[in-house]
Design a protein around this ligand. Structure first.
Ligand code: NAD
Length: 494
C-alpha cells in the first residue's frame, strides 16, 4: 500500500464542470490506489443549495465511466461534504471554517488543507483574501492553494492577481495548474534530454536546425465561447502551455532534478526569449480564425460569438532564444481550433550532413541548404499517441547506393498508457506531496506574459482579415510561409 496522504480538500466551484469531469475522478483514482484512505475529506462549495446526499449522487455519477465497485464508490463519496457558499460573502467562510474544523477532528487531518479554486478567475483574489481574513489557514499542518488557468489576462492583471494571492499564501504554497505539465510525454522531455548522452550532446545550435511545437485541436470553441472570445489562442495556449513546453525543451541541465533547480533553469530559458518589438510582430507571428466549410460553422457564426469578432482561433509564431545554446535556432510554435486533427507533437529538426558524399552533383551544403539527404527529425508524440519517432537516412535495399529515409518508432504500449495517471490525478498527487515541480511559478508566468503582451497589443491595434483558414486544414497559408521564408517547412503537414 502506498504512503497515505492526509488532507482536507476544499473545492470552490464544487458543482462545476471541472470538478465533475476531472477532479472527482482523479481523487477517486488516488483513493483506489491507496494514496487517499481514511484520513481525507472533501468539502465542495458553490452557490447551489445541495444536500450532502445529493452531492454524493453527483460524485457517484461523475465516476460512472470508471466502472468501479459501487461499494467502494459509496465509501469514497462518504468523505464528501457539501456547503452552500457564496464566495463573496464573509459570513459563509465562518460556516466553512466550522465545518473544516469539525472534519479535521473527525478524520484526523492534522491541519493539512488544500484549497482548490475551480472557479472563474475573477474570484481567485476574493477567495484568497477571505481565507486570510476569516482565518481559514491552519498553524499545525500545510496550507496549499491550487489555482486553475487562466492566471491573468495580461502581465498587469497577472501581477495584480499574484499580489492578491501572495497576501495570503507564500509562493511555495501556490500551485498554478498547467495541465500540460502533468502529461506523461511532457514530463518525458527531461528524461530523454538528461538521461541520454546522444541527445544532450546534440541539444544546441550546432546540431539543431529548428524546433517545432504543435498543439492541434479538431474541435471548435464548444461551451467555452464566452471565455474564449475574450482570450483567443495566443492567451489560451501560447502564454502558458506552449511557453512552458519551450522552457522544458530549452532549459540548461538543472543541478539536481528538484523543483527549485528546475524552476531556476526554466526562468533563465524564458528570460532568454528575444522580446519582440511591435514592428516585428507581423513578421514573426501569424494569427487566424476559422471560416465555415459547409459542415461546420465559422467561428463568427458560433453561439455567443459576435459576427465581427476578431479573436484568434489559430496562432503560429517564431520564437528566438538569445543564449549560447540556442542563438540562431528558430522555435516554431502553432496551435489552433478546427484543425486537421487532435494531437500534440514536438519535432526536433537536426541539421543535414554538411556534405552529401552519395550524390556528387549535390551542392556542398552548409546546414540547411538543399541536399538530397533529409534532416534527422526526433519527434516527441505527446498525445494521443505517446512515444518517439526518429527519422534517419539509410541505404535503400538493393543494388546501387541510393539513400532513403527510415523511421525508428517507439510508442508506450496501450496497457501502460491506460493505467498511467491522467494529468489531473498526477498533479493532485504532486500537490498532496508538496511537490510543485509540474506547476507554474510566478517568475515563469511573468516572463511569459511580458513576451505575449507585445504580440497581443499589436494585434489589438491592427484589424485582421478574418476568417482566413478552412476547418480541417492546418491553419492559414501564412503559417507555412512563416517557415518557408527561413528555408524550413512544418514536419507535420495535413
Ligand atoms: P463552471 O462554470 O462549470 O463552474 C463554476 C463553479 O463556480 C460552479 O460550481 C458555480 O456554482 C461556482 N460559482 C460561481 N459563482 C459563485 C459564487 N459567487 N460563489 C460560489 N460559487 C460560485 O466552470 P469550470 O468549467 O468548472 O471551470 C472552473 C475553472 O477551471 C475556471 O477557472 C476555468 O477557466 C478553469 N478550467 C476549466 C476547465 C474545464 O475543463 N472545465 C479546463 C481548464 C481550466
Amino acid at each position: 500500500m502506498p504512503n497515505e496522504k492526509i488532507a482536507l480538500f476544499t473545492i470552490f466551484g464544487g458543482t462545476g464542470d471541472l470538478a465533475q469531469r476531472k477532479l472527482y475522478p482523479s481523487l477517486f483514482k488516488l483513493y483506489q490506489k491507496g494514496y487517499l484512505q481514511e484520513h481525507f475529506a472533501v468539502i465542495g462549495t458553490a452557490r447551489r443549495p445541495w444536500t450532502d446526499d445529493h452531492y454524493h449522487e453527483v460524485i457517484s455519477d461523475s465516476l460512472a465511466d470508471l466502472d468501479a465497485d459501487q461499494k467502494i464508490v459509496d465509501q469514497f463519496a462518504s468523505h464528501f461534504y457539501y456547503q452552500s457558499h457564496d464566495v463573496t460573502d464573509a459570513e459563509h467562510y465562518l460556516t466553512l471554517k466550522k465545518l473544516s474544523e469539525k472534519l479535521d477532528a473527525q478524520y484526523g487531518l492534522q491541519g493539512n488543507r488544500i484549497f482548490y479554486l475551480a472557479m472563474a478567475p475573477n474570484f481567485f483574489g476574493t477567495i484568497a483574501q477571505h481565507l486570510r481574513s476569516e482565518n481559514m489557514l491552519t498553524d499545525n499542518g500545510f496550507n496549499r492553494v491550487i489555482i486553475e488557468k487562466p492566471f491573468g489576462h495580461d502581465y498587469a492583471s497577472a501581477e495584480e492577481l499574484n499580489n492578491q494571492l501572495t497576501a495570503t499564501f507564500n509562493e511555495d504554497q501556490i500551485y498554478r495548474i498547467d495541465h500540460y505539465l502533468g502529461k506523461e510525454m511532457i514530463q518525458n522531455i527531461s528524461a530523454i534530454r538528461f538521461g541520454n548522452n546522444i541527445w544532450e550532446s546534440l541539444w544546441n545550435n550546432r546540431y539543431i536546425s529548428n524546433v517545432q511545437v504543435t498543439l492541434s485541436e479538431k474541435l471548435g470553441v464548444e461551451e467555452r465561447a464566452v471565455y474564449y472570445d475574450n482570450s483567443g489562442a495566443l492567451r489560451d495556449m501560447v502564454q502558458n502551455h506552449i511557453l512552458q513546453i519551450l522552457s522544458l525543451l530549452t532549459m540548461d541541465q538543472p543541478v539536481e532534478f528538484t523543483e527549485q533547480d528546475i524552476d531556476v533553469e526554466k526562468v533563465k530559458a524564458l528570460r532568454s526569449i528575444r522580446p519582440l518589438k511591435p514592428e516585428e510582430v507581423a513578421d514573426n507571428f501569424v494569427r487566424g480564425q476559422y471560416a465555415d466549410n459547409g459542415d461546420v460553422k465559422a467561428y463568427r457564426q458560433e453561439d455567443k460569438i459576435s459576427p465581427d469578432s476578431n479573436t484568434d482561433t489559430f496562432v503560429a509564431g517564431k520564437v528566438m532564444i538569445d543564449n549560447f545554446r540556442w542563438s540562431g535556432v528558430p522555435f516554431y510554435v502553432r496551435t489552433g481550433k478546427r484543425l486537421a486533427d487532435k494531437f500534440t507533437r514536438i519535432d526536433i529538426v537536426f541539421k543535414r550532413p554538411i556534405v552529401n558524399i552519395f550524390n556528387h552533383d549535390d551542392v556542398r551544403a552548409n546546414d540547411d541548404d538543399a541536399t538530397s539527404l533529409e534532416p534527422n527529425v526526433l519527434t516527441i508524440n505527446v498525445e494521443p499517441t505517446e512515444g518517439f519517432e526518429l527519422r534517419m537516412n539509410a541505404k535503400a535495399v538493393g543494388q546501387g547506393f541510393a539513400t532513403t529515409p527510415v523511421k525508428l518508432n517507439y510508442a508506450h504500449d496501450s496497457e501502460a498508457t491506460a493505467n498511467s495517471p491522467e494529468a489531473y490525478e498526477r498533479l493532485l498527487h504532486d500537490a498532496l506531496n508538496g511537490d510543485a515541480t509540474n506547476f507554474t511559478h510566478w517568475q515563469e508566468l511573468a516572463s511569459s506574459w511580458k513576451f505575449v503582451d507585445v504580440i497581443q497589443q499589436y494585434w489589438d491595434e491592427h484589424t485582421p482579415e478574418f476568417p482566413n483558414y478552412c476547418p480541417g486544414s492546418m491553419g492559414p497559408d501564412a503559417s507555412d510561409e512563416l517557415l518557408q521564408k527561413d528555408g524550413h517547412q512544418w514536419v507535420y503537414k495535413n
